[in-house]
Design a protein around this ligand. Structure first.
Ligand code: FAD
Length: 392
């Protein structure tokens, strides 16, 4: 049986960070992944440019059944620590908006940087390697894997969540957690597009590819970014954000005129351009096609002077508080993250170590910690991986 100090299962964002940091401390680290490439989600992320962190990441950008849990790790490995690593490798990047840092070139820069760091400190990376069995053995763990039996003092589970199975996502981490007596909180897809099946579907279909600046609200949360109409329903940053707070049956309120008082603006337009049709007025804000479709489908488009006060209020209400009831989400097939996961109340917030089984650690998305859209999920992967790496 081969022996090593640390086995990390999952060569994604959190696993790579943990492996390279632990090995830099002098630990002998074996990093296993069943996929044929390391960091597949990093490669796919940020539309190919990896939104690798957010300069303004704070605990408030995360949600969990245990909101205090993420504080310690985020404080001890900040976005600036990761930026320093990116700078050390001379990877060019830029702020797209709202503190979101993206690679100038491609996501591969980040994945290769992490692999290079692993290589420099002697991490043994084994891909195409499944773990068949895990058992407690003395103070450590014994694993049956595709590369033989392995014994280790510390075992780190970094196998992520369920989103995008074609990128290697599995429920493996949840099964290990249960095996060692942990509770796994219910999981569901987060940061995911909505599917619309009611009368609104035709509008979404016709406007597919159009994006509109909006404020989207649901269950006390709101986000001001674009929505994107798709053939299947609604997507775009503000829809992905709100999807994490949405439950089946909930209505989502969309304000398509976020920067103005809708009624005041429409009344002003009626006074200034009484003969202009509503669709012409709306085309100042939306594309001509969008203005035309909204006017024709939702209202009777006629000259502004013909609208009564009540009719104008209806138009304003519809545009500023459009109520949409999605039929569902696109699910794990396209979700960026998995909500829920290993209950953090049984995990040390300082070290990520299991309180039930010493020497066992959980990091990254497998835990019940989920970030908003915008680089926060990678920052959690880096920070939690770094925290565990200090003690494994
Ligand atoms: C399309 C897409 C785009 C995204 N873009 C961004 C972005 O720009 N910014 C951002 O902050 N977040 C983004 N995210 C979210 C981010 O990718 C994840 O939150 C992050 O990768 C989680 O890191 P992790 O290491 O916990 O899990 P992962 O990165 O998912 O890594 C888990 C690893 O475990 C391996 N694994 C799984 N099961 C097993 C098993 N049974 N045996 C062995 N290995 C196993 C997998 O192959 C994988 O390599 C995106 C997600 C997706 C899907």
């Amino acid at each position: 049986m081969r022996t090593t100090d640390v086995v990390v299962i999952g060569a994604g964002a959190a696993g790579l960070m943990c492996a390279m940091t632990a090995a830099a401390r002098g630990r002998q680290v074996l990093l296993l992944d069943h996929a044929n490439k390391a960091g597949k989600k990093i490669l796919m992320s940020g539309g190919g440019r990896c939104n690798f962190t957010n300069m303004w990441a704070e605990p408030e950008n995360y949600f969990s059944q245990n909101p205090q849990f993420c504080h310690s790790a985020l404080a001890r490995y900040s976005p600036w620590d990761f930026i320093a690593l990116v700078d050390k490798h001379a990877i060019p990047y830029h702020e797209k908006k709202l503190g979101q840092l993206f690679c100038d070139h491609k996501s591969r820069d980040i994945r290769d940087m992490l692999l290079k760091e692993c290589d420099e400190v002697g991490v043994d990376v084994r891909l195409n390697t499944a773990v068949r069995k895990i058992e407690k053995q003395g103070d450590g763990y014994a694993l049956r894997t595709d590369i033989g039996e392995v014994a280790c003092a510390s075992l780190v589970i970094a196998t992520g969540g369920l989103s995008i199975p074609t990128l290697g996502a599995t429920g493996f981490g949840y099964e290990v957690a249960k095996q060692f007596g942990h509770e796994v909180l219910p999981t569901r897809a987060g940061l995911v597009p909505f599917i619309i099946t009611d009368a609104l579907k035709d509008l979404c279909n016709e406007l597919s590819g159009t994006s509109v600046d909006s404020v989207v609200r649901c269950n006390g949360h709101s986000f001001h970014e674009n929505i994107l109409f798709t053939h299947r329903g609604l997507s775009g940053p503000s829809i992905l954000q709100i999807s994490s707070f949405w439950q089946l049956g909930d209505a989502v309120e969309i304000n398509l005129l976020p920067d103005r008082d809708a009624l005041e603006w429409l009344e002003g337009q009626r006074a200034a351009r009484p003969d202009a049709e509503l669709k012409t007025v709306l085309s100042e804000i939306f594309t001509k096609k969008t203005a035309g479709l909204l006017s024709d489908r939702w209202f009777v488009s006629k000259p502004m002077k013909q609208y009564t006060a009540a009719e104008l209020r209806d138009v304003a209400d519809k545009l500023s508080a459009w109520q949409v009831v999605p039929a569902g989400t696109e699910g794990y097939r396209t979700a960026e993250v998995t909500l829920g996961g290993v209950d953090t109340r049984e995990i040390s917030s300082k070290t990520m170590e299991s309180r039930r089984s010493p020497g066992l650690y959980f990091i990254g998305e497998v835990l019940d910690v989920t970030g908003h859209l915008g680089g926060f999920n990678f920052q959690w992967a880096w920070a939690s991986g770094y925290a565990a790496a200090q003690v494994v």
